[in-house]
Design a protein around this ligand. Structure first.
Ligand code: SF4
Length: 219
């Protein structure tokens, strides 16, 4: 498996790491409550794939960046684990899941009767069949243009005041039915929540998203 440094523009990474559509680097998988965005509060099985080249400075899962550190696990096994948890909803996240061709994974999950959600920075075109696409763009690597049209939800992480203008730039590119969320970056929460509240009151097409799983002390 070939990996490039996080933050590089090496688009060959997507191809190189896809050893097989049937095997994907899995950092962790667990059954919990979706803490953010449109599906906040729903029970969900998370599949966190290893590998990310976006390089966000405030990333809270930096251990996900190097895909080679994570075992290759078969799609069948991931599906079986998710199904046996009792969940109805699977959230595939990372890392950056669009590094991989996820067509076989979504087919397998859907054949098991599971709803498929993806959370992505949109760094690469989306593959697979998804019930819900959450696009959370990052300043460190712009989303691929094709991802805006696919997004059902736009979730902007607000780190400072200038991020409101940046959020509107992305909102102008998504479809009209896309749900819009502003979420404070966790370490800046106390500072940014009052500003987000004021912004949403003035711009009510946006909603507030908080990471409630962190308040509940669950993964
Ligand atoms: S895209 Fe996600 S996993 Fe990758 S560096 Fe940014 S926050 Fe971390």
């Amino acid at each position: 498996m070939t990996m490039s440094n996080p933050g590089s523009n090496d688009t060959t990474l997507k191809v190189d790491t896809a050893i097989s559509n049937q095997l994907l680097p899995l950092m962790e998988d667990f059954y919990t409550i979706q803490g953010e965005g449109f599906y906040q509060g729903h029970a969900a099985y998370f599949i966190r794939l290893g590998g990310c080249d976006v390089g966000c400075v405030w990333c809270d899962v930096k251990e996900s960046w190097d895909a080679t550190l994570h075992p290759l696990v078969s799609i069948e096994e991931m599906t079986n684990r998710a199904k046996s948890s009792g969940t109805e909803l699977v959230v595939v996240t990372g890392g950056e899941p669009t590094l991989y061709n996820l067509s076989d994974l979504t087919t397998s999950l859907k054949n098991s009767g599971l709803t498929t959600n993806i959370e992505t920075s949109g760094a690469y075109p989306i593959t697979g069949s998804w019930n819900w696409v959450c696009l959370s763009p990052k300043k460190f690597k712009a989303p691929h243009n094709s991802v805006y049209e696919a997004a059902d939800e736009l979730k902007i992480i607000v780190y400072n005041r200038s991020d409101f203008e940046w959020a509107e730039e992305h909102a102008s590119k998504v479809k009209s039915t896309c749900e819009l969320f502003l979420q404070p970056e966790w370490s800046k929460e106390k500072e940014m929540i009052p500003q987000i509240i004021d912004y949403v009151k003035l711009n009510p097409r946006w909603k507030v998203s908080l990471q409630i799983h962190k308040y509940m002390n669950i993964p």
